[in-house]
Each structure stands twice: as structure tokens, then as C-alpha cells.
Design a protein around this ligand. Structure first.
Ligand code: ZN
Ligand code: ZN
Length: 465
């Protein structure tokens, strides 16, 4: 293969590496690239080495930094110095590369860097990423009270950001994970996945957000970004996701880390003190409205008016729907009506459930306990849709005849894509939709968890860092 052309593209460079027998899938670290290049160059005859090295450098400008300003970056400098050690490359100095780039920009092949020499944004980010330790609260074993826990951060991956936590909501899933109800918890476990804060460090390949931006992180903090679900914008359905608290450390901490795509930029004017719960609780009940194509003219029902359910009520009210709330807590009734329900039905009353038979176009279940599901399916109109977002641990008993006779549909959904979270946040700011929150200082996290555990939260708890 001839790789001495001037027009070596990244694709050709990748072909070249592949033909040399290297596995280049999912490289996580640029250092690996540099080592492989160095090995390859060492194996070339002298006369080929020089031109190849230059072509490699040119091919690298795109994947590394997206523009010619890459020459100011640490990784580039490292590459140049590693090439220098090969010898026989007298012109491969930094000043030569600058000149090469100037020539290319003169003929219009590349655009000039907009940043001043020595002030490359990556260099600034690197300076900002000086966080080495995170102070957090963690459960050291299943069901334990949270304790102070400090952990060391690894080097920031080029596609990750570090976020200084301002507020973090408490979700029922935090309790489930602390108690290892789903058998996937690892300890020490740092809970917290309804995070809002500020980006304080950004890797070299981060897109769309920068240091200083306010962002939010929810249940997921990473997806593969290359599978079919990721490519079609359903990143929340990716099989290779990283959950914020099951596979990494969550937001009951001073800092948290996420892939840039999952650090959702917050719209201007958002109330940071109440926005956290929108990132998990909010999107969990918002996604089904889109998935089930709920119309403003629909009659809808919400089962369970707690952290998730009260947000569903608010969304559906602003959607324009007639909203029926199913709740068995008499003391909540007045507030439920105030939050947007048209009517409250006592879910323990068979008569009240019977009275609504065949009326609702959409029902969302937010509870995780076993209920008389058949009564709710009967409440659906023909072609009605029933969605559960509550993780009911036992199998749900749903008679097939009820589904068949009225073409009724049963479904479920987990959180939502980064794009939908972003749209939801815009919707919330536009209509002033926020959860009802009770604020606790982060230091009182155990008191806050106990408050949630006994069912006293009205309706969502937020910890202030
Ligand atoms: Zn959650
Ligand atoms: Zn994926």
C-alpha cells in the first residue's frame, strides 16, 4: 500500500494500521495510538519514515482536535518528540509543522486556528482539570448509612467532563441501589443521579459543552455512541451504557464525571435548585408521553402521585390533557388537584375504578408495587395505551383478552435520550414546570434518605452541595 501520498486521509491511515495487523477498535486512550505509531515508524525504511511520519501527523489532526489548533496540544507535542527520537527527521519540529499549516491555510485547505498560539482551549481545560480527589458520601455495604468517602480520579478521558455538583436530587432508585434490591450494586456505592452543576474540566474531544457551562446528569452518564440505538438517537436504549451510580460514582459528592453527550446543557433561566429531579424523575415520565404519542385532546391517568407521578401530572396538564390521578392517600388530594389533576380517584375503591371503565386513552404507572392491573387496563378506552415506569418486582398480571378485545397496548420505558432530556428541559422552563422539592444540605444525606424511606417526601428531595 502506498501511504506516501500527500492526501493521506484518516480512513487511509486507519486502513494502514489495520493492514499492519493492529486492532484499532474502541481505542480508549490516545497514548495507545502514539505507541503504535512509534513502533510502526521504527519498522519502516529510513526514506519512507520521514514522509510517513508527516502524513500521520496530518491525518491525526482531525480525530484528535477537529482543527489545526491541535498543534498546541500536549498529545501533539508528545507525538512530535517521540518522532524526533527516531532520528532522520530533522524538519519535523514544531516550527516546521506551524509553517506547514500556514501554507495549507494560505491555499485554503484548512482554516486558521481562531485561538492565539499558546492559548489553545485544550490547554486551558487541562489546567482546569486539576481535580484529583472527590469527596463523596457512600454506602460501604448493602443497606448501610452513608459515610464520608474520598476517592481518586483517574486521568480525564478525552470525551469526558468533570462537573462540580451544585444540587443533587434523591430518587427512589438511589434507595434501591443502596439496599441492593436489583442485585447489581457495588460498594462503596456513591448514590445520586439527579445532578446539576458546572463543567470544570473537559477532555480534548468533548463537543457541545465547555468549561463553565451549567449541565445536568441523570441515570445514565455514558453510552457507546456507535451502536444502532446510539446512531438513531435512542442512546438510552444502548446495551453498552454506564449508569451514573451502578458502574461509576454518583452525585452525592463535590464532583461527578460523565461522557459529554450525557452532560445535558441546561437552558438559560432554569431554576438550578429544583432542576435536578427533572434529569431522572422528569425524563422517566416525559419519555412515555412521546413514545405513546399522547395528544392534547387525550384523557389520561397517572397511577401513584409521588416523586414521579406528581411530575407526570404537571407535564400532562401542560400537554393540555384531561388528567385523572389515581391515589390512595386522602391527605394528598387537595394538592394533587392543585398540581394539575382534573380528578382524583381513590385507587382502593373498586366502585370509583369501575366508574372510569373504558374512558382513558393513556395511563402511566409510577408505582412499584403490585396492583390490580386488570382494573386499570379496563379503564383504558379501545386503542388505549398503558405504560409502566415503576419497576414492579413481581410479574404483572394482565389478562390478554382485555388487550385483544380493545386493541389495547401495554409498554414500558427507561429514562430518555439526551436530545429528549434537552427538549424536556426547554419545555419545563417555557411552562415553569418544576418538581415540588424539599431541600436538605448534602451533609444531612442520611436524614434525607430516611425521610424518603418512610414515605414522607413531598414530593422530591434535593441535596444542596
Ligand atoms: Zn432515578
Ligand atoms: Zn450504543
Amino acid at each position: 500500500m502506498n501511504y506516501l501520498d500527500d492526501a493521506v486521509s484518516l480512513d487511509r491511515f486507519v486502513d494502514w494500521i489495520l493492514s499492519a495487523g493492529y486492532d484499532i477498535n474502541r481505542l480508549s486512550n490516545h497514548d495507545e495510538w502514539f505507541e503504535r505509531i512509534e513502533t510502526k515508524l521504527k519498522s519502516l525504511p529510513d526514506e519512507e519514515r520521514q514522509q510517513s511520519a508527516l502524513n500521520i501527523l496530518m491525518a491525526f489532526k482531525e480525530p484528535l482536535y477537529g482543527g489545526p489548533s491541535w498543534v498546541e496540544c500536549t498529545n501533539f507535542k508528545k507525538l512530535v518528540s517521540s518522532l524526533d527520537t527516531l532520528g532522520s527527521l530533522p524538519h519535523l519540529s514544531e516550527s516546521y509543522i506551524h509553517k506547514y499549516l500556514d501554507d495549507l491555510s494560505l491555499v485554503g485547505m484548512i482554516s486558521k486556528p481562531t485561538t492565539m498560539a499558546g492559548q489553545h482551549p485544550i490547554a486551558q481545560d487541562a489546567k482546569a482539570s486539576s481535580i484529583t480527589h472527590v469527596n463523596a458520601y457512600a454506602a460501604m455495604e448493602a443497606g448501610a448509612d452513608l459515610k464520608h468517602y474520598s476517592y481518586k480520579l483517574e486521568e480525564l478521558h478525552p470525551e469526558q467532563v468533570d462537573i462540580k455538583v451544585d444540587y443533587c436530587g434523591i430518587c427512589h432508585s438511589d434507595l434501591s441501589m443502596i439496599n441492593n434490591e436489583w442485585r447489581n450494586a457495588r460498594y462503596p456505592l456513591v448514590p445520586g443521579h439527579e445532578i446539576v452543576g458546572e463543567v470544570v474540566a473537559a477532555g480534548s474531544m468533548v463537543k457541545n459543552i465547555k468549561v463553565g457551562d451549567k449541565v445536568g446528569v441523570g441515570w445514565l452518564s455514558e453510552s457507546c455512541m456507535s451502536c444502532s440505538q446510539c446512531m438513531q438517537g435512542s442512546q438510552h436504549l444502548c446495551r453498552d451504557t454506564k449508569t451514573t451510580i451502578a458502574k461509576s460514582n454518583g452525585g452525592f459528592a463535590d464532583y461527578v464525571r460523565a461522557h459529554w453527550a450525557w452532560a445535558i446543557p441546561l437552558p438559560d433561566g432554569i431554576d438550578m435548585s429544583k432542576a435536578g429531579p427533572l434529569l431522572c424523575g422528569g425524563i422517566t415520565v416525559f419519555n412515555p408521553l412521546i413514545a405513546a404519542a399522547v395528544l392534547p385532546t387525550d384523557r389520561v391517568g397517572v397511577i401513584g402521585i409521588g416523586g414521579l407521578g406528581h411530575l407526570a401530572l404537571k407535564f400532562l396538564k401542560h400537554w393540555g390533557c384531561e388528567v385523572v390521578a389515581f391515589s390512595s392517600t386522602e391527605s394528598k388530594k387537595e394538592q394533587i388537584l392543585k398540581m394539575g389533576a382534573t380528578k382524583v380517584i381513590n385507587s382502593r375503591s373498586k366502585d370509583e375504578l369501575r366508574a372510569i371503565r373504558g374512558k382513558l386513552d393513556f395511563i402511566i404507572n409510577t408505582t412499584n408495587v403490585s396492583l390490580d392491573w386488570a382494573s386499570y387496563i379496563k379503564a383504558l378506552a379501545p386503542k388505549g395505551k398503558f405504560f409502566t415506569v415503576g419497576m414492579v418486582l413481581e410479574p404483572m398480571n394482565i389478562p390478554s383478552g382485555l388487550l385483544i378485545a380493545g386493541e389495547r397496548v401495554v409498554g414500558g420505558s427507561p429514562v430518555g435520550s439526551p436530545e429528549l432530556i434537552s427538549r424536556m428541559l426547554d419545555f419545563c422552563v417555557r411552562h415553569d414546570i418544576y418538581p415540588e422539592v424539599e431541600e436538605f444540605p448534602m451533609e444531612e444525606v442520611n436524614e434525607a434518605l430516611a425521610h424518603l424511606n418512610v414515605g414522607k417526601a413531598r414530593y422530591r428531595i434535593v441535596l444542596k452541595a
